[in-house]
Design a protein around this ligand. Structure first.
Ligand code: B12
Length: 443
């Protein structure tokens, strides 16, 4: 038996990690640690793993490298393996002194093969999907095949039991599918579809597995709400029909999911509502159709969004919108359209972010790469909007949530974006989110 210790920054379950855990646990030891370096250090000393597997996004890649450095300071022989979206889209992170290998894409098969080979003391050089440092050389194995939908394992429902807040939570996150059939320019899926070209990358899981996974969680804790965090829920109408019927019969708990507006049809919404869906998230991205489609490649008309919202409303399903500001080439006039379109749609929650060209997106280029690495990529400090309006649009993003909550202030926006009150606007944005929009207890 070989042992892997997973380490993550995000303070909640990560489906990817609990999935790899159940895949390798029949033959190997798995443990988990989160967050601060001191607790990670203790865990390494207690568990004595062979491999430390660090899950990294771009926003926390600097943290991931600090963990890698810590691991090597404890014992040079420990293998440091980085996986997750950041190394998938930016495998060059392997050049960091403290990283031994990185995993591109799905981790179940490569991690199992690595642990099997370590256990059997075999050569680990040729494992598909892993880039491996060998002295000064790097072995860049091509990406291996992905799991078929039916083979995606049920998660290890016990992995996070040592964390009281997770163990006691009355919501669970679920994944009913992997991948996304769309390739919007601002999303990592753009690179994944190319990385896995020729393969049907979007896959639904077996409905029976999803039900059994939920039942396992319900056997452990009192669950009130389920959050499906698939990129887009219910892409295949036949799958959705079957899912809705089985879910209602076997689970019958309120749930939340993400939809694309094309799939928000009368028929699908009726199925979702009947099965227990009470809220959905939809990506608006920009209120300007030109930016949304020509720049972001979303391929979604205003009328499709308004029609979707009308259907959701008629079925009493709440919805929240996802939006971005400071988009490449976006002018202040176009940014106002995002505010006004949301005022028109009137969602129960609005969410917005300052656009960032993450690795894996169409927008990621060599020049951006340089800025990211030099700056340790603080996501809110770099504004990639190159227009003269950049600062004003940044302020608009900070005022966006407040104005969608208190509509009366809309007329003041042209004055407010001119004022250099950036710290105040930043605090106001956080306050509005915490006070009015942050979803508490899954409601
Ligand atoms: C759900 C989700 C969230 C949830 C997370 C809830 C939760 N508890 O998981 C919320 C809403 C909180 C969230 C927030 C954010 N998210 Co998000 N999110 C997702 C989403 C839609 C699904 C994640 C998921 O469950 N995937 C399914 C599992 C099975 O896949 P996986 O996580 O990739 O894991 C597999 C592999 O990556 C690999 N792997 C993962 N870890 C490791 C570790 C090791 C050692 C190994 C070997 C392999 C390995 O193996 C796993 C199993 O095959 C993804 C898109 C996507 N499809 O992945 C975006 C995604 C991960 N998010 C993204 C972003 C940008 C964010 C935010 C920064 C957004 C923002 N501006 O605030 C924040 C960051 C939050 C944080 N501090 O971590 C980006 C990341 C891009 C990047 N380059 O880093 C993604 C990829 C979407 C995109 N636009 O491209 N997110």
């Amino acid at each position: 038996m070989a042992k892997i210790l997973f380490v993550q920054d995000y303070p909640d379950e990560l489906i990817g990690i609990s999935s790899i855990s159940s895949y390798v646990k029949p033959r190997h030891g798995v443990s988990i640690s989160m967050g601060n370096l001191e607790s990670i250090k203790e865990k390494i000393r207690a568990e004595k793993p062979d491999v430390v597997g660090i899950s990294a996004l771009t926003i926390n890649h600097a943290w991931a490298l600090s963990v890698a450095s810590l691991v090597k300071s404890i014992d040079q022989r420990l293998i440091v393996l980085l996986g997750g979206p950041h190394p998938t889209f930016y495998p060059e992170i392997i050049h960091d002194t403290h990283v031994d290998m990185i995993c591109m894409g799905e981790g179940e098969r490569p991690v199992l093969e690595l642990l099997d080979k370590l256990d059997a003391k075999k050569n680990i050089g040729g494992i598909p999907s892993l880039w491996i440092k060998r002295g000064r050389d790097i072995v860049k194995n091509p990406v291996g095949p992905i799991l078929a939908g039916d083979d995606i394992p049920m998660r290890d429902v016990n992995l996070y039991d040592e964390f009281p807040l997770i163990k006691k939570a009355d919501t669970i996150i679920m994944g009913a599918s992997r991948g996304c059939p769309f390739h919007c320019n601002f999303c990592g899926n753009y690179a994944l579809l190319r990385m896995y070209s020729g393969i049907r990358y979007f896959r639904h899981r077996k409905i029976e597995d999803i039900m059994r996974e939920i039942e396992l969680y319900r056997g452990k804790r009192a669950i009130r709400v389920i959050k499906f965090q698939d990129d887009i829920f219910g892409v295949d109408p036949k799958w959705l029909e079957e899912f809705a019927a089985v879910y209602k019969k076997r689970v019958n708990l309120p749930f939340y999911c993400m939809l694309r507006c094309e799939y928000t049809t009368e028929k699908n919404v009726r199925l979702l509502k009947d099965a227990g869906c009470f809220r959905v998230g939809i990506g608006v991205e920009s209120g300007d159709e030109g930016i949304r489609n020509a720049t972001l490649g979303k391929n979604l008309k205003d009328t499709t969004i308004t029609q979707a919202v009308k259907i959701l409303r008629s079925h009493g399903i709440k919805f929240h919108t996802f939006n971005m500001f400071c988009l490449p080439g976006e002018t202040l006039r176009e940014a106002y359209k995002t505010v006004d379109f949301n005022l028109q749609l009137n969602p129960s929650v609005v969410w917005s972010a300052i656009f960032q060209p993450y690795p894996g997106t169409k927008f990621f280029s060599d020049s951006v790469k340089q800025t990211m690495l030099d700056s340790k990529f603080d996501r809110f400090n770099i504004n990639y909007n190159e227009t003269a309006d950049a600062r004003k649009i940044w302020r608009l993003q900070k005022l966006f949530m407040f104005v969608t909550k208190f509509r009366f202030f809309r007329f003041l926006l042209p004055v407010l974006v001119e004022l250099n009150l950036d710290n105040f606007y930043d605090s106001l944005s956080k306050w509005t989110w915490d006070r009015f929009y942050k979803i508490k207890n899954g409601e």
